[in-house]
Write a protein that binds this ligand. Sequence first.
Ligand code: 2YJ
Length: 276
Amino acid sequence: MTRLKTADVMNIPAMIQNYDYELKKVTGLSLMELALEVTNGLKYDTQIHRTRVAVIPVTSGEGAINGFSEAVQSIAFHLGFDAFVTKFPDVRGLAEAYNKKADLIMIADDHNFIAINLGNGRVVNNTEATAAGYVAALKQMCGSLVDQTVLLLGAGFLGSCAAERLLQHGARLIIHDLDQEIERSLASKLITNYGGTKVLYGYGITRALSMSRLIFDASSGDVFIHGGLLQDNSFVAAPGIPIGLNEDAILKVGTRVVHDPLQIGVAVMLFQALGS
Ligand code: 2YJ
């Protein structure tokens, strides 16, 4: 899992309105509408304004990331939550969150980023929420995933969460990972449940790209897709950091791409934690 850097998150608070405007242009849905789409059944209501969200900085491992907690808070605030960053990190921050009557806690170390709803006990994991949000974004961009071939880049935890969701939406998957053993292992697991016509693997990146107009980039490796390999009219959902497209490919895909460091994942976490 890629560790976020200050440069990835520092502009999120200042740019959140603009980000949402662009997201709506690309997917037809605002950040809130996308998160509500994932948590179908949940309705927006004034409960959000009454929900106090405490973001607690964590210094363990590689330490707090300057700007991370403020970025998470700004996303929650933008969505209408009553969000604050605790003055203290770690266990003192947890005590502060309880003392200040937080309803929902957001907390991340180097391995896990979770939301905990103290009222209903729900715990939501950022990776699962991010996968769900980006699958919804890809579906929105291209209309429907039913019988569409999606190239899934990266067969780690993010990729495997996305794979389940993509298959549940009726897509056919081509799985690609630089590590062939990881690729084979995810594909075999999915084939058991969804069948061999729905899950393909072992094609190599060039052939896989020639077969797929839709790309879900859950990789966190080096840039490896060049513009020449992308089909015309491709759609890319890229939660992986950094994005696996080089400059040519980014130019070619134009506005048909969704990629951010935190916004979609955090929005979906918040709404999934609220529950229906
Ligand atoms: O509180 C802090 O500032 C830090 N402990 C935050 C650590 C953030 N964690 C990561 O960057 C992890 N790799 C998980 C990020 C998930 C984004 N999809």
